[in-house]
Design a binder for this molecule. Structure first.
Ligand code: ADP
Ligand code: MG
Ligand code: MG
Length: 882
């Protein structure tokens, strides 16, 4: 139950973090490599588990084991616990396997009572210090063990400060602190209804129980829940906290003493420069509590050269030992340095990349370790413009929404897609503000630098589209009241018009007034190096989801090795095409439809040509038209009237057609391959455009590699019929263009309906490739409408019904089984069947790990996630090889 660490022995060395907690393991570790750590002992997390199992009862024999460990401490230090002359004091510190900063309890200076304080004063010849320690104990013990309000203690302290006419804690003289201890004891007695306990063993036992108790404090529970929801699975499985009882060292012994915290490297930039702060004549939390302003450790040499030098040596020693950037706590007692804690330091993505690369250069870690060390999703920090930290700190924050798509955006407010387009074309940076967005808004969304919605969720249309484009988006900012007519927003009583500028932080979800200064990302240097290593170790290919030459080009710069999903519907929304699309939809018969499609053909051909060019030498998977047709028609009367004028028809006709196309469940309705079955001429036009573009490329010696993908297939027969149609169209087009040479065009399908997975062996007969459309597959497997999950998913996550949003991270237990089945059954008839994934999950690191172990050939994700996917794929391959 108890593991000792000290000069005489270190019992916990090499034991698991899950047993000793992070703090306990590292105290033992630091002790064993000869660093100056005050001795102590660790009570395991299992004891905490038992404590709760047995109705909050300390297990039998625990206090006896503690006694033995205290005896060992006494021997090592030549002091006695509870002694009146030269007492041994200890801290009682919490420490779980996963750090929960500030969430749990710690008590310092335990073991003091009235007599021992006098003894301590004599032994140290420092009365002021002794009473400072005592007042801290009464306060902390009252706070933490007895749950007394901190406020009455503060009041008592203020009174004393006033009496001695000082403002700082450190200026109160010994006499005053003595009076303060008396006052504190009164406060204690009044609030607790009993005297402050004079028995050190009783103090110890209650302190241990209170640390265990803090494991189930509301804030600790919430913290674990929030972390678990963010995908921290480790934290969800912890059994409890360990308790560390450790001999005190005193940073509050005078001006030759102090305490501090720091990182062995800069956690913001990654620079190999110690980054920390310290306070003279202070103890414990004083540095972080903000009572006094600490000094940077860089200045420490001026105060105590030797201690500073030793700290720097220890820093190097820690990094050499842990081969990681460390976050440390230290204390200086009368010039002597002690280490109190070390752990892996948290850092942002930019720092993570730099530190990993530097450590390879320094010979601390290997390339493979560097690849494994950077959390793939943190690469987003490196890829997006961000706000300058100084500007960010000074910003006027109006409210917070969901951080739907990361990045920084600064622009003037616009309220409609049309206005966004117009002002963008006039050269303005605009932020599109909508209650929520719909496919009709995409033009305006693409014109805007950022998108702000007041109602949508993290998987709303705005969020998904913005993420796809790497565009900053804050969604569901419910404090933003939009008045579209007046072109204003009101946020907590403050009004902004379409002449005003705001700034959006898609990384935090904050909405800020005015212009906040931004900085551009750099993709060279360390970033490029890390990517090079990732490419060396990964086995899966990374493709991108891109619908335009510009996106394709950008994704290629990010390292994409092809397009895994080119959605053709977006191509129909642009101003010069939507009209032909709409007249196609309005057409009464096939002849009219063909006439309208003929007008769309050149646009499509040109789009494909551009994309093939941008992706020359790499495969491009083009999905034939997928959404239900009504998405292309306006629904409001005014817009329908405009459309009628433009097309020269009656508004009533449009209304009628729109109503006829209305479906109760459009996502389960007339869409995907079902459109091609009823309107084969749409398929024909699209395939013709693809083939003609490929022929043009061939003539220009551009290596185009189209792959035609038929969406939403649920039965082999659908694919059989449509594949035949595609093949026929390819031949007809080749003949019409008198193209003699070979065109290598693959024909495959998107696997996104559960039935296609269940019958993948049949479907595979007609497919050259499979691409899992995991968005729809998730939607149909769970039976959750992707567009409506916002209403209940937060509750589901809170109640742990689902661990995370299954639209963001693939549900491996359920949807994953279908994917595995699809792969196994598909390859059972075609062993070389090319298989990839093209849902949102293609850019999610844990889903990528799953794809790797399932044997997929590639994942496809939005351009901005390509580097993340490259790194995640390398990590998956390295982990699998282990
Ligand atoms: P947290 O996990 O919240 O950081 P800690 O257990 O690390 O809590 O302790 C709180 C503060 O008390 C830290 O600043 C730590 O350095 C200090 N402290 C803990 N134990 C001792 C000790 N034995 N001697 C001196 N200071 C200590
Ligand atoms: Mg700490
Ligand atoms: Mg789909």
């Amino acid at each position: 139950m108890v593991y000792y660490f000290g000069k005489s022995k270190t019992e916990g060395k090499g034991l698991a973090k899950t047993l000793l907690g992070g703090k306990g393991v590292n105290l033992a570790e630091m002790t064993s490599i000869g660093l100056p750590v005050p001795p102590g002992f660790t009570i395991t997390t299992e004891v905490c588990g038992d404590y709760y199992k047995h109705g909050k009862q300390l297990p039998k024999g625990l206090m006896e084991e503690c006694h033995d460990a205290i005896a060992q401490l006494e021997q090592e230090l030549g002091k006695k616990f509870g002694d009146n002359d030269n007492p041994l004091l200890v801290s009682v510190r919490s420490g779980a396997a996963v750090s929960m900063p500030g969430m749990m309890n710690t008590i310092l200076n335990l073991g003091l009572n009235d007599a021992a304080t006098e003894g301590l004063a004599k032994a140290t010849k420092n009365e002021r210090f002794a009473y400072d320690a005592y007042r801290r104990l009464i306060n902390m013990y009252g706070d933490v063990v007895m749950g007394l309000s901190h406020h009455s203690f503060e009041e008592a302290f203020d009174k004393i400060k006033k009496k001695y006419k000082v403002t700082e804690d450190t200026e109160v003289p010994a006499e005053g602190l003595k009076e303060l201890c008396e006052a504190y004891k009164d406060v204690y007695k009044k609030s607790a209804g009993e005297d402050f306990p004079q028995d050190p063993i009783k103090q110890l036992q209650l302190a241990i129980e209170s640390v265990f108790g803090s494991w189930h404090a509301d804030r600790a529970i919430s913290y674990r829940r929030i972390e678990a929801a963010k995908g921290n699975t480790e934290i969800a499985n912890l059994i409890g906290t360990a308790v560390n009882v450790q001999a005190m060292v005193y940073g509050n012994m005078g001006d030759d003493s102090g305490t501090g915290v720091g990182f062995t490297r800069d956690p913001n930039t990654g620079l190999n420069k110690f980054y920390g702060e310290f306070l003279i004549n202070a103890q414990g939390e004083d540095v972080v509590a903000g009572i006094r302003t600490p000094q940077p450790v860089a200045e420490m040499g001026k105060w105590d050269k030797a201690a500073h030098k030793e700290l720097m040596e220890i820093k190097d020693k820690l990094e050499t030992h842990y081969k990681e950037m460390q976050d440390i706590e230290f204390t200086i007692e009368k010039g002597k340095l002690y280490m109190l804690q070390t752990r892996t330091g948290k850092r942002n993505g930019i720092a993570a990349v730099k530190i990993a690369c530097d450590m390879v250069k320094e010979g601390l870690i290997t390339e493979k370790e560097a690849v494994l060390r950077v959390p793939a999703s943190d690469l987003t920090h490196c890829l997006l413009p961000s706000f300058k930290p100084t500007a960010r700190n000074a910003a006027d924050v109006l409210c917070r929404g969901l951080n739907a798509s990361p990045g920084a955006a600064v622009g003037k407010l616009v309220f409609t897609a049309v206005e966004a387009r117009e002002r963008f074309e006039a050269g303005e940076d605009v932020i599109l503000v909508r209650r929520e967005t719909s496919p009709e808004d995409v033009e305006g969304m693409s014109a805007a630098v950022g998108i702000l919605t007041s109602t949508g969720g993290a998987t709303s249309h705005a969020a998904v589209v913005a993420r796809g484009w790497g565009k900053c988006c804050v969604a569901g900012a419910s404090d933003v009241e939009i008045n579209e007519k007046a072109k204003t927003i009101t946020v907590n009583g403050r009004k902004f018009t379409n002449k005003d500028t705001i700034s959006l932080d898609g990384t935090t979800g904050e909405v800020m007034a005015g212009e906040v200064e931004t900085q551009e990302p750099k993709l060279s240097g360390d970033f490029a190096k890390l990517m090079e290593w990732a490419d060396k170790y990964r086995t899966m290919k990374i493709r991108t989801n891109a619908d335009s030459p510009a996106d394709a080009k950008r994704a290629r710069e990010f390292g994409a090795e092809g397009i895994g999903l080119c959605r053709t519907e977006h191509m129909f929304f642009e101003a010069d095409r939507i009209i032909h699309m709409r007249s196609m939809i309005l057409a009464d018969d096939e002849t009219d439809r063909r006439a309208a499609l003929k007008k769309l053909l050149p646009f499509q051909r040109k789009d494909f040509e551009g994309i093939f060019k941008a992706m020359a030498g790499l495969p491009v998977t083009i999905r034939l038209l997928d959404p239900p047709l009504h998405e292309f028609l306006p629904h409001e009367a005014a817009a329908q009237k405009d459309m009628a004028t433009e097309l020269g028809v009656k508004p009533a006709d449009i209304k009628k057609r729109s109503e006829a196309l209305h479906e109760s469940n459009p996502m389960l309705g007339h869409r995907g391959c079902r459109l091609s079955v009823t309107y084969p001429e749409i398929l024909e036009m699209q395939v013709q455009a693809i083939v003609e573009a490929a022929i043009i490329c061939a003539k220009k010696n551009i290596d185009a590699q189209p792959e035609i993908m038929i969406p939403l297939v649920g039965t082999a027969a659908e694919l059989r019929i449509l594949r035949a149609k595609v093949e026929e169209t390819i031949e007809v087009t080749k003949a019409a263009k008198k193209h003699e040479g070979e065109l290598k065009i693959l024909i495959g399908t998107m696997i996104e309906i559960p039935r296609a997975c269940l019958t993948a062996n049949e479907v595979a007969e007609y497919a050259d490739f499979f691409s899992f459309g995991t968005n729809d597959l998730t939607q149909m497997t769970f039976g959750y409408s992707r567009d409506d999950v916002g209403g209940f998913l937060p509750d589901y996550i809170e109640h742990k019904i689902v661990p995370v949003d299954p639209f963001q991270s693939l549900d491996q237990a359920g949807v994953g089984q279908l994917v595995e089945m699809g792969v196994t059954k598909g390859r059972s008839v075609k062993s070389k069947l090319k298989i990839g994934i093209c849902g949102e999950h293609g850019g999610d690191p844990s889903s990528i790990g799953f794809c790797n172990s399932t044997g997929l050939d590639y994942v496809s994700c939005s351009p901005f996630r390509v580097p993340i996917a490259r790194l995640a794929a390398a990590q998956a391959a390295l982990k699998q090889a282990k």
